[in-house]
Design a protein. Sequence first.
Length: 352
Amino acid sequence: MAEKGNQFKISFSSGESGDIRTFDYDSIFTPQKVTRDLSGGSGGSGGEYYGSDSDRQQILVNEANKHAFVGSGYCLKWVCNVYDTAFSKKCKRYGNVIAAYNAWKTTKINSDGSNVPLGAAVLSHNTAKASINGHIGIFIGNGIVRHNSSRDGGGVYNDKITDFMSTYGADAWAWIDNDNLSLVSASFIGAKHSATESEIRALTNACIQENGGSERAVKGEASLMCNLYESRGKSYSSVYSYVLNGKWFGAATRQAMSTNKHNPSTQQMNWVADVICRGNRTLDKKINEHDCYSDISWIKNDGKTYTSYSYIKNPSNYKKDKTIVHNRYGSTWTFSCFLRDNNAGDPYGYTG
């Protein structure tokens, strides 16, 4: 492996002539780095830790709780400043909340505000209850929205989300700058596994078949493959061999590998190589399960079991580290995260 500037290269070789290729890493997605020592922790033994979904969400909330008032009429500026300060980056700025409302992927808020995730922005459109430019705050948990307001001479206030909705007409939540802080459970430098170009292509087809072709979806599925191989598949010679022959992945996925069904791009193959060969995981090492909704027999929340498919397929019913999932194959596991925008796709989790 050679490293030059921000570009990384890995060469894969099976020892057979003609099956050698260099993959370039010009634009690798890296979750926000958090300074934390996880030696011996859940992220594996040592390595750099980049934070679980709750870490990133909590980082934003921590900053919101201490971020100062920035002046009357600047509620959106305050929210963006919180995000920028928390993650040492600059989100896209808009002239008013209405513009952000239209640009960000919004989700309608339940009548009691119970579907708003930690760290999400809570927005009101141009309504009679809000100013002409709308209003915005950050959900900091425990039913509370924190926001920059001109109320009582100006300041930063904590309001119950239901009061925030009734006072300002807030009707939607969104991730700031469309950065879904809950998409990735964790990222760390894990074990590095060898693979040829043809194997990377086949594994990329498998990732797309299982979870779709976006960067986060592909990297998340590749991370799961490594986790499964290391915990269950060491009798196989490689990650590729385990995924193809280990029977955990279904026939449709194995067929996609063999037929190059999705004809992945070089970029998609780079994402898989980055995870498998460079060890850049985007899921915590403990994550070893995911199921499509049709394979889930029941889920359990707060001790109550639900078997209705309409309940099972509703992403808002899945609570990190709380919801228990049981599939039709007999496996029972704990929900951790989704890997697509707006909590689409399969739920992921862990056994034990």
